[in-house]
Design a protein around this ligand. Structure first.
Ligand code: FE2
Ligand code: FE2
Length: 197
């Protein structure tokens, strides 16, 4: 997976803030999907890639034991989702400005981060890609394994749920196709796991 040297530098600065819960692995996987989406969907990689790398740095400002109260099937403290967006946008601005990133791009990246979870509609084509890459993580092998444990759910019904929400969650048709393919792969893996037990 190749990203520009400037984006790699930004990622290095983001990493200390992503070492909380599973955010570093989440970001790596979301990055992989963002790069895949950029191959077929129009987007500015100088906006999309930094936005993906920095979108969840704000979680570092919230005690880890409270993270799971902010999202998932039954969030008891959904306001925290907004906090990680606002704090994350401030941190992203500081990191990007230190790297003399173009101010116009910094502004757009921070706008995306400020609503990446709570704003359901996308404000631009770049935002659409960031939102879809962020959610595709749940369909990845690692992301799904983490969520099964985190939410204490069984693979078969969870896969049915992930399949049902595809049209509602994803904003690009490319992401919908990727999600469907991932579901097939996860079902095959689950089936192999059952027969090999
Ligand atoms: Fe987030
Ligand atoms: Fe995320």
């Amino acid at each position: 997976m190749q990203i520009k040297p400037i984006h790699q530098k930004i990622f290095e600065k983001a990493k200390p803030f992503l070492r909380t819960r599973k955010n570093l692995i989440h970001t790596r996987i979301a990055l992989r999907y963002a790069l895949e989406l950029l191959q077929s969907d129009q987007g500015d990689e100088d906006i999309v890639i930094p936005a993906v790398l920095l979108h969840d740095v704000g979680w570092k400002t919230i005690p880890e034991e409270l993270h799971l109260t902010a999202f998932g099937p039954n969030p008891s403290n959904p306001k925290l989702a907004k906090v990680h967006e606002i704090e994350g946008a401030k941190m992203a601005e500081a990191i990007l400005s230190k790297h003399q990133y173009p101010p116009k791009k910094v502004k757009e990246i921070c706008q995306i981060i400020r609503g990446h979870d709570t704003r359901k509609r996308a404000i631009s084509a770049d935002d659409r890609i960031v939102k879809d890459a962020d959610k595709l993580w749940r369909y990845s092998r690692k992301g799904m394994a983490i969520d099964l444990e985190r939410f204490n759910v069984k693979p078969a019904p969870y896969l049915d749920y992930l399949e049902k929400v595809i049209n509602q969650w994803f904003l690009t048709s490319t992401a919908r196709e990727i999600a469907k393919k991932e579901i097939q792969k996860r079902r095959t893996q689950h089936f192999i796991h059952i027969i090999c037990k």
